[in-house]
Design a binder for this molecule. Structure first.
Ligand code: MN
Length: 205
């Protein structure tokens, strides 16, 4: 098989589109520097190995150590950056009708209760990592805390939505205020994208 070479994803919005929730400067560092470094590292690490021709999700499911860390961070950031939309472009009228919204209300009691649990898990994750909304094979939802480069794929779950709690995600804009950053992110979550991920994962059953 032809060796794959991973590339930096393009953002589906302008670098300043998520302001004031996420600044252009944070996007420049987070996407342009941090994610680019993970891409460059992974390409070097997998050259000439069994991972060279594997899709990213398979590498994350199978690898350990440095290959896992860099592949996990690419997958995590790809899902993270593509789940946002400028707040002014979000069409909230349709959001309440989405399957994912009904599933959230069923699983957590209400959207507010879901948000509270998600933020609490983000604030209490010690050190660097990710909080995820993930679905099992039956389409049941859960919120998971994953340290460092973790992704719920390694638990047999499908990742739907995530918040990055590495300091590089918020330190320029929010300094040490992780909770304030997490609270603000709800304004730019593109629920139609999360719906697509949820519908695809339900289709895999
Ligand atoms: Mn990050």
């Amino acid at each position: 098989m032809k060796p794959l070479s991973f590339t930096l994803i393009e953002l589906p919005y302008a670098a300043e589109a998520l302001e004031p929730v996420i600044s252009r400067e944070t996007i420049a560092y987070h996407h342009g520097k941090h994610l680019q470094t993970y891409v460059d590292n992974l390409n070097k690490l997998i050259a000439g190995t069994e991972y060279e021709s594997m899709p990213l999700e398979e590498i994350v499911a199978k690898a350990q150590g440095a290959v896992f860390n860099n592949a996990g961070q690419i997958l995590n950031h790809n899902l993270y950056f593509t789940q946002f939309k400028a707040a002014k472009e979000l069409t909230n009228e349709r959001t309440n009708e989405l399957t994912i919204m009904h599933a959230i209300e069923r699983e957590f009691g209400s959207f507010e209760a879901f948000k509270a649990e998600f933020e609490q898990k983000g604030v209490t994750l010690f050190g660097s990592g990710w909080v995820w909304l993930a679905a099992d094979k039956e389409g049941r939802l859960q919120i998971t805390q994953e340290p460092n480069a973790g992704n719920p794929i390694t638990k047999g779950l499908r990742p739907l939505m995530t918040m990055d709690v590495w300091e590089h995600a918020y330190y320029i804009d929010y300094r040490n205020r992780r909770a304030a950053h997490l609270q603000a992110l709800w304004q730019i979550i593109n629920w139609e994208e999360i719906e697509e991920r949820y519908v695809i994962c339900k289709g895999e059953r």
